[in-house]
Design a protein around this ligand. Structure first.
Ligand SMILES: C[S@@+](CC[C@H](N)C(=O)[O-])C[C@H]1O[C@@H](n2cnc3c(N)ncnc32)[C@H](O)[C@@H]1O
Length: 252
């Protein structure tokens, strides 16, 4: 019998929660799509992710010489922007997928930024850095994928300096009709098929709408930032709310 969309969601969630722990499932997804990740990002977001990253960098207003850690850095798009903005500052990219990091490493070398960027294989849930080390901790399209987003935000807050910034760019849930209806149709019905067509991966791209549906909405995530103890929390909707930028400051 053909299952409807919500049944399919239940199926993927059950796979994540019961049979395979979320971390292991997510890692296998990114290991399997690493070489197609960048091109798929452009196709699936209609290249909007580039404008979102630019907006994030503008709000951060990073200064020359400042340092940052980019958590869940994947293929390093944001890591590269951080390094370009900080000039002499040192940037660390951390991810648990060796294949995503390998694609990122090639891009870092192509941009001749290997002296500014260090890539580390590690887990966002337990960052291998001392307290108060960085001016910024960023996470791009990663928070949705971790087993415990509150723990990751605590870790990000721990490793930034007092006055430092915790920044999250993530997919979100549009609320405005009729855009919302069109968007969910694209996201749930069309997007996994595009994943199948262009990357020969259907199940992996089915995870995307599921992970967004399980993730807190924009206002809820802003509250979580505050509960974690971050101050001056900003939440910016992007492209009709399909993505959002959250920023919080660690108290001085
Ligand atoms: C959607 S990609 C985002 C990559 C990149 N930040 C970007 O903006 O394009 C999510 C990344 O998070 C990584 N990831 C997911 N859970 C993680 C965890 N617990 N620890 C470290 N990396 C993780 C995945 O391996 C993947 O590279």
């Amino acid at each position: 019998m053909k299952r409807n969309t919500s049944d399919q969601h239940v199926g993927v969630v059950q796979e994540v929660e019961k049979d395979v722990p979320k971390e292991q499932f997510v890692q296998s997804v990114f290991e399997s799509i690493a070489t197609k990740y960048d091109v798929m990002n452009d196709i699936l977001s209609f290249r909007r992710h580039k404008a979102w990253r630019k907006f994030a960098m503008a709000r951060m207003d990073m200064k020359q010489g400042e340092n940052a850690v980019d958590i869940c850095c994947g293929t390093c798009d944001w890591t590269l922007s951080l390094a370009e903005a900080s000039g002499s500052g040192k940037i660390i990219g951390l991810d648990f997928s060796p294949s995503m990091l390998e694609v990122g490493r090639r891009k870092v070398n192509n941009h001749k930024l290997a002296e500014n960027i260090t890539l580390i294989e590690g887990n966002a849930m337990s960052l291998p850095f001392e307290d108060h080390k960085f001016d910024y901790a960023t996470i791009g399209f990663g928070l949705r994928n971790v087993p415990d987003l509150v723990q990751v935000l605590h870790e990000m807050k721990r490793v930034v300096k007092p006055g430092g910034m915790v920044v999250c760019l993530e997919l979100s849930k549009p609320t405005w009709q009729p855009f919302k209806g069109i968007y969910y149709f694209y996201f749930e019905k069309i997007l996994p098929n595009l994943g199948k067509l262009f990357a020969s991966r259907y199940e992996q791209y089915k995870w995307l709408p599921v992970s967004v549906s399980l993730f807190p909405g924009r206002d809820e995530l802003a509250k979580i930032f505050e509960q974690v103890g971050l101050q001056h929390v900003e939440a910016h909707p992007l492209t009709g709310g399909i993505a959002a930028l959250h920023i919080g400051i660690k108290e001085i």
